[in-house]
Write a protein that binds this ligand. Structure first.
Ligand code: SF4
Length: 716
């Protein structure tokens, strides 16, 4: 791809799931001017600090620009031949389930599509999972349980039409800043718009909230179950909608009634009048949007939390109408695209169901493939455990750094060291994961690659290239197709470019689909390269009639019979090893040299960094917002541990240890601390938060409980 010097290219931000449109203009001096795209419906010209600084992060420092084998430079032929040979030999000797791919929400949809096609349709295993498992797989599972498909019912505009926006487990101000800006602008224009924040931590998002409920961790399902019972008592259940379009309401209501106000107050740690304030707001405001994110999903009971929220919207029929609906916001730029193509180990492609024999036949027939995965593959945590146990013998990691981001991250590193063959595709020359690879494959980065992404509101947007690829870097789709060709599957992977792959993806979505599946791109079948190049942002499904904004206002769910299902959340699970009671908070291990206090670790993002900082860490401006890793610790806990402001605190769990700066604040609840998940690498090797986190998962979704491990804190 030649640089388009002087020309402005419309593309999409590579960071959060908001999916903002970006105008990128390369300058003759090699820099790139960045602006928000005023025509893009996600952001209408807005950008947050990370998006605005994209031009500062495009340098070639530390880029991986040549293939490497065993750390030494190799040719593409040597590297691709080796990957194909090791995968083929492993499959021949040990079967298709002895290999795996671990991919990423950073991949473009076209890359994702053929990675999934290769693993599920040609290797014949379900062992492809993605770091999106860590992000929103509980939302996917909740959607499927309630709606019969992984359907986000609404659109960003609903945030502006709502009379009440409920934010659950979401620091929108820092993690989806442009959506926060849209809500803030709506509230400025309509001060009667009410915002409720439900989050154990008083985050920056609380600045906009009329009511902040600092509930106990993982009490969300209880809170929304109590809300369901309240809505029934208040007479605001939409009995007509419930009768015509749902099933299971009586059982859900029966279970919800067990959450009496006193019991709810005990479980949530909230005052009864706070709970009632929220319930009354929800009851009287017809136009309600409930936005939820990682605070809901990253939990051992994440799927139940999602369904408890969906139950309240189904009961009131507040779904799929203007200004109403539950709204899962995804963390990554293309988490939604991964869901579309079957990037999760338990999904097929085009929202075909892996557990449905007719769907498997449809996919296999469409691909003309020699095999089809007959059962779900290993989800992220189990996948790396299988690597450690020697059951996965060849692993290809694409565009992600699990040695930093997976729970029990040191265990993941050990597993990779023991794995007979690890290939890693990345844009950077040094990452904790790449250091353990037998083969390193240089991938094209943002601004160099070409394809599509889908944001949290189901909107497909183009990422377009405007820079030359450095050295020998290649697009991920090309690398995957070349390996497939060398494994003997050339005919099925003979793509000219991403437009070809997108067309195949669209045709698969249309195959055998007469409205029986939510995901449908039949209106985009047959796009020629020029049509693909000029594709404007559009929300799926896209039929001949165009895109679609909302689902379910008139029912039309995807379970057999077309009805939504209420789900009864199961009990009072919690992600930590038991709830942290006031007595447990003072637990002191006197065998330690210093006072040692056990607390619950919450983790998340800061405003100006993205994931493992490979890109945002290049910007001095972004790094200046928060310059070093830290832990937010309540003053009571700091006093118990003998900690002073700004000194170094040591956090320990059975899985690892980190050293962080102590930031004393009552933003966190006593007994709970918060630490960002970004810092890593040689200068911050003792700040890898996920090294501390226990790899417990939601039993339905397999999503790890990244916000609920017990750790000890002590002076360093
Ligand atoms: Fe990028 Fe998200 Fe910021 Fe938009 S809100 S500019 S998508 S990081």
């Amino acid at each position: 791809v030649e640089p388009v010097l002087g020309g402005t290219v419309k593309t999409t931000c590579p960071y959060c799931g908001t999916g903002c449109g970006v105008l990128a203009t390369p300058r003759p001096d090699g820099t790139v001017a960045i602006a928000g795209d005023p025509d893009h419906p996600a952001n209408f010209g807005r950008l947050c600090s990370k998006g605005a600084a994209l031009g500062e992060t495009l340098g070639l420092a530390d880029r991986l620009v040549h293939p490497r084998i065993g750390g030494a430079r190799a040719s593409w032929d040597e590297a691709l031949d080796l990957v194909a040979r090791r995968f083929s030999e492993t499959i021949a000797a040990h079967g298709p389930d002895s290999v795996a791919f671990y991919v990423s929400g950073q991949l473009l949809t076209e890359d994702y599509y053929i990675a999934n096609k290769l693993m599920k349709g040609f290797i014949g295993s379900g062992n492809i999972d993605t770091n999106s498992r860590l992000c929103m797989s509980s939302s996917v599972a909740g959607h499927v349980r309630a709606f019969g498909a992984d359907t986000v019912p609404g659109t960003y505009e609903d945030l502006e039409h709502a009379d009440l926006v409920v934010l659950v487990g979401s620091n929108l101000a820092w993690c989806h800043p442009v959506l926060y800006q849209r809500i803030a602008a709506a509230k400025a224009a309509r001060p009667d718009l009410r915002i409720v924040l439900i989050d154990p931590r008083r985050t920056a998002t609380a600045d906009l909230a009329d009511l902040h409920l600092a509930l106990a961790p993982d009490a969300d399902a209880a809170l929304f179950s109590g809300l369901l019972a309240f809505l029934d008592e208040a007479g605001v259940v939409n009995t007509d909608y419930v009768a015509r379009h749902t099933e299971g309401f009586a059982a859900a209501l029966d279970a919800a009634r067990a959450w009496t106000l006193p019991r709810l107050a005990r479980r949530t740690g909230l005052a009864a009048d706070q709970i009632l304030s929220f319930f009354r707001l929800f009851a009287v405001r017809e136009k309600v949007v409930t936005v939820y994110s990682q605070g809901v999903n990253q939990s051992v009971c994440g799927t139940d939390k999602v369904n408890a929220i969906l139950n309240c919207h189904l009961a009131t029929g507040r779904i799929g109408r203007e200004g109403m609906g539950p709204f899962s916001v995804t963390g990554q730029p293309n988490a939604m695209g991964g869901r579309e193509v079957g990037g999760l180990a338990n999904m097929l492609a085009a929202h075909l169901r892996l557990e449905d024999a007719a769907h498997r036949d449809l996919a296999q027939g469409f691909w003309q493939s020699p095999a089809i995965a007959a059962k779900p593959g290993l989800k992220a945590v189990d996948l790396f455990r299988a690597v450690g146990a020697g059951r996965i013998k060849a692993l290809w990691i694409m565009g992600t750094n699990p040695v930093v981001s997976m729970p029990e991250a040191d265990g993941v590193a050990d597993a990779l060291r023991r794995c007979p063959f690890v290939a890693v595709s990345d844009i950077m020359a040094r990452t904790d994961t790449l250091d353990l690879a037998h083969v390193a494959l240089p991938a094209a980065g943002w601004g160099e690659k070409d394809g599509t992404v889908t944001n949290s509101e189901r909107r497909i947007s183009r990422q377009r290239p405007f820079l030359a690829r450095p050295g020998e870097a290649r697009p991920d789709w090309w690398i995957i197709a070349e390996v497939a060709r060398r494994m003997g599957f050339g005919e099925a992977f003979a793509y000219e470019g991403p437009a070809d792959i997108f067309d195949e993806h669209a045709r698969l979505s249309a195959a055998g689909n007469a409205g029986s599946r939510d995901f449908d791109l039949s209106g985009l079948v047959g796009l020629d390269p020029a049509g693909y190049e000029s594709l404007a942002p559009v929300q799926w499904p896209v039929t001949q009639a165009g895109g679609r904004t909302r689902f379910f206002a008139e029912g039309g769910f995807f379970h057999p019979g077309g009805k939504a299902r209420f789900v009864v959340p199961e009990g009072e699970q919690t992600s930590a090893t038991g709830l942290i009671s006031p007595s447990a908070r003072g637990e002191i291990d006197r065998s330690e040299r210093h006072l040692l206090l056990t607390v619950r670790l919450n983790s998340g993002r800061v405003r100006d960094h993205w994931h493992t900082m490979t890109r945002t860490g290049l910007s001095a401006r972004l790094s200046g917002h928060i310059a070093e890793p830290y832990a937010e610790i309540h003053p009571e806990d700091a006093a118990r541990a003998g900690l002073r402001e700004a000194e170094i605190v040591r956090l320990r769990s059975p899985h690892g240890e980190v050293l962080l700066r102590c930031l004393m604040t009552d933003r966190v609840r006593p007994g709970e601390i918060f630490a960002p998940m970004h810092w890593n690498g040689p200068f911050a090797s003792k700040a890898r938060i996920d090294a501390l986190v226990e790899a417990r998962v939601d039993p339905v979704s397999g999503q790890p409980a990244l916000k609920g491990s017990r750790v000890s804190i002590a002076r360093y």
